[in-house]
Write a protein of this length. Structure first.
Length: 239
């Protein structure tokens, strides 16, 4: 079995990779083993070199395209995506960017205009109002609507991880409830913070509703103006 988790950042990709990797006994591909970039050309070259071994899993922030999905299907590999409340995902993105600002953005993250600014800074509000977060939501919407990926929701994984994983397993392949529960116990946020490289910084709140404590009226107005259509298409209420 091979699994690729595709979709936007800060939606629970690392957690899902841990859960599915543990449940199915898959090895995580290390960064130097995965395609050099999250684009179709890099993927084609990587697959042509037969660098995707069996019984492995990785995640990459691919934009959806039928050609990319077909390339993975031909391997074959399962595509999985995870959808998260857009407000919570943005808050998680914002705080991750602040950590990269402290490191002088050594990894070259996008959205540099948000680094080093309070979350209610006018520049952050303007970023949202001008559609700066739209591509992340488009990526999530496109994967969720594609029909080419198994779709999970972050909130359902939080609420009832066993049921959410059972539903995914119905499409991915049979696995025992015992194996799923073992994966759930192994992949708690606290254990991932301690066990994975950079986990203490990468796994932050790992909860639902953090945006309700962090965002204000101006943020919500900007989201309504710029993203109401995509929030609805992703299946979440517009605030």
């Amino acid at each position: 079995m091979r699994i690729v988790i595709a979709g936007p950042p800060k939606t629970g990709n690392m957690w899902l990779k841990c859960l599915l990797g543990r449940a199915y006994g898959l090895r995580w591909l290390r960064p130097f083993e995965t395609p050099e970039r999250a684009d179709f050309a890099a993927l084609q070259a990587w697959l042509a070199d037969r660098r995707f071994p069996d019984n492995t899993i990785f995640h990459q922030h691919y934009d959806y395209s039928p050609d990319l999905a077909a390339a993975f299907a031909a391997v074959p590999a399962h595509l999985v995506t995870i959808v998260r409340d857009p407000y919570d995902a943005f808050v998680s993105t914002y705080y991750t960017l602040q950590l990269h600002a402290e490191d002088a953005n050594a990894k070259g993250r996008k959205f540099t205009e948000l680094m080093g600014k309070p979350i209610d800074d006018p520049a952050v509000i303007d970023f949202l109002r001008q559609g700066g977060y739209r591509n992340n939501l488009l990526k999530g919407r496109d994967w969720a609507a594609s029909g080419d990926a198994v779709v999970l929701r972050y909130e359902e994984l939080i609420r009832d991880p066993l049921a959410a994983l059972q539903q995914a397993a119905a499409e991915l392949g049979p696995v025992s409830d015992e194996a799923l529960q073992t994966a759930i116990d192994y992949c708690t946020a606290d254990r991932m913070r301690e066990r994975t490289k950079g986990g203490k910084r990468h796994v932050r709140a790992a909860t639902v509703g953090d945006s309700q404590r962090k965002l204000g009226d101006e943020h919500y107005a900007a989201f309504r103006d710029a993203y109401a259509d995509l929030i609805t298409e992703l299946g979440y209420p517009v605030r």
